[in-house]
Design a protein around this ligand. Structure first.
Ligand code: MTE
Ligand code: MO
Length: 196
């Protein structure tokens, strides 16, 4: 008889939290295409653009005045490392969209420095995505995207744009940086949507 982990005994295999093909790491590798931009918070702003020239912006101080959330989530890099139970502080994308009226279905996340990644709006709303500025109860290090990064933990980590500048709403799913270089348009780790 095979070994079956029993829900009755209340023990789950350690790997149950890992999507297929992933291994757990305690490190926090830094993966950046190009140099890390330096963005003083005095010069930081966050934007959302939608149809009809609608453009909402927040300064850093305005952003810090928004309702904040503590977030504990697993993150999964397409290069196969996963980090379980990472702790963040940030603002929910739902909060940022309270005043946005749009019929558009997709977003391109734009980073300072030029990095882009596309995410369906559906994957950013409903408590699934944040703009985060603390990791492990410390200010987010510049190498990891400080002052603030997008956090979309249910998709591969390349969707979590570091040094996030804003979200541009689009009608179509427009490939971003990695998506134009062979990565999957969507990036769901549980379905191994790694490459296109
Ligand atoms: N602006 C920007 N964001 C980015 C990247 C990047 O090169 N530039 N790399 C992505 C990739 S491929 C991964 S795996 C994660 C890595 O985040 P980390 O360096 O904090 O581990 O950031 C993502 N966000
Ligand atoms: Mo990555």
């Amino acid at each position: 008889m095979g070994i079956i982990s029993s829900g009755f005994r209340g023990r789950r295999s350690e790997n149950a939290a890992l999507p297929p093909g992933q291994h757990e790491t305690q490190d926090f590798p830094v993966l950046t295409a190009g140099p890390a931009p330096l963005i003083p918070v005095e010069e930081w702003e966050f934007f959302i653009t939608a149809e009809d020239g609608q453009r909402l912006t927040w300064t850093w101080d305005e952003f810090m005045a928004l309702p904040q959330e503590e977030i504990t989530q697993d993150i999964h890099c397409v290069t196969s490392w996963s980090k379980l139970g990472t702790a963040w502080r940030g603002v929910s994308v739902d909060t940022l969209f309270e005043k946005v009226e749009t019929t558009r279905d997709f977003a391109t996340a734009h980073s300072f420095g030029g990095y882009t990644t596309n995410v369906p709006l559906w994957d950013l709303l409903g408590g699934k995505a944040w703009v985060a500025w603390e990791f492990g109860h410390e200010p987010l290090e510049r190498a990891h995207g400080g002052p603030a990064r997008l956090l979309v933990p249910h998709l591969y980590f390349w969707k979590s744009a570091k040094w996030i500048h804003g979200l541009e709403l689009t009608d179509d799913d427009v490939p971003g940086f990695w998506e134009s270089n062979g990565y999957h348009l969507h990036g769901n780790p549980w379905r191994e949507e790694r490459y296109s």
